[in-house]
Design a protein around this ligand. Structure first.
Ligand code: GRG
Length: 293
């Protein structure tokens, strides 16, 4: 199977799970349901839940066993995009090839849809599980810290506070590690934790997750300059327009590409001991790099 087929098959399974879940949940008022559906069932790659399922499988699990836990990560990610697009944050009009949530449903509903997605993620995570309860709690600790104070929220605050400031490596690393890499690392790590692996194998997954996370954001910075609005599904050049601190703004395009490649090499080397079981994790790492080539 080619990677493209693998990704689209896994994404379809995640989306089917989410659709069925929300049908059963029968969300009211209708505008809240519409607002959630608008952002969740659109053109996203679902790369975080795919990484979670794939890490679990690499560590010896049957991936369908953790569909609720992996899919819950997509709810957290989608909330972060809805809130990131709000006028008080990045003030964007286009996301995943559609008008942003607040443009269609208004700011109040968009904020609340984001809140609902974040809280529902934890309801989904704990409502149906086949793994050991202790492992589930460990994975939840990893996920909640990465999505909040030890990760995405802290990184987002630093990102906003650094707009229009002279780029420096410490701040840039802090933003990328927390805003973007933390949730990607947690996607990999929670899959690994739920499988029950420990020690050096779990550590290897952490290094893999951190490094693909850094490449993801560096490539995102590069694409903001090199891709078209249509390819991005959001406005091209928005980092430049908002004077964001990015890798190309500090290192230029060529060196940023080299750094993205270095992180992927580290990620792939870290999971060597999983041998052929890590085939798809290696393929995904290379794909995340090639997006920016
Ligand atoms: C609101 C707490 C809070 C955080 C927002 C997600 C985020 C943090 C900001 C989005 C800004 C941005 C473009 C970050 C770059 C990395 C990133 C998260 C890109 C979007 O993720 P993809 O490419 O999107 O996986 P899809 O649409 O494929 O799911």
């Amino acid at each position: 199977m080619e990677l493209k087929e693998f990704l689209s098959y896994r994404k379809a399974e995640i989306m089917t799970y989410l659709k069925q879940y929300f049908v059963k949940r029968s969300v009211t008022p209708k505008i809240l349901s519409d607002s959630i559906n608008h952002s969740l069932f659109s053109k996203g790659k679902a790369i975080r839940p795919i990484l979670c399922l794939t890490a679990y499988e690499t560590c010896g699990g049957v991936y369908t066993d953790i569909l609720p836990q992996a899919s819950a990560i997509e709810l957290i990610h989608t909330y972060s995009l809805i809130h990131d697009d709000l006028p008080a944050m990045d003030d964007d009009d286009l996301r995943r090839g559609r008008p942003t949530n607040h443009k269609v449903y208004g700011e109040a509903v968009a904020i609340l849809a984001g809140d609902a997605l974040l809280t529902e993620a934890f309801y989904m995570y704990t409502s149906s599980f086949t793994v050991n309860g202790g492992l589930l709690i460990e994975a939840l600790k990893e996920l909640s810290s990465a999505a909040g104070l030890d990760g995405m929220v802290a990184g987002q605050v630093m990102d906003i506070m650094s707009e229009s400031k002279t780029p420096d490596i410490e701040t840039l690393k802090y933003i990328h590690t927390n805003k973007t890499a933390a949730l990607l690392r947690a996607s990999v790590m929670t899959g690994a934790i739920l499988s029950g692996i420990k020690g050096s194998e779990l550590y290897a997954m952490k290094i893999y997750g951190e490094n693909i996370g850094m490449t993801f954001q560096i490539v995102d910075d590069i694409l903001d300059i090199t891709a078209t609005t249509e390819e991005l599904g959001k406005p091209k050049g928005s980092d430049l327009e908002k004077n964001k601190m990015t890798y190309p703004s500090l290192y230029g395009l060529v060196h940023s590409k080299k750094l993205a490649k270095d992180h992927i090499e580290t990620a792939i080397a870290s999971i060597e001991s999983f041998r052929e079981k890590a085939h798809w994790l290696r393929e995904i790492a290379n794909y995340l790099l090639k997006r920016g080539a």
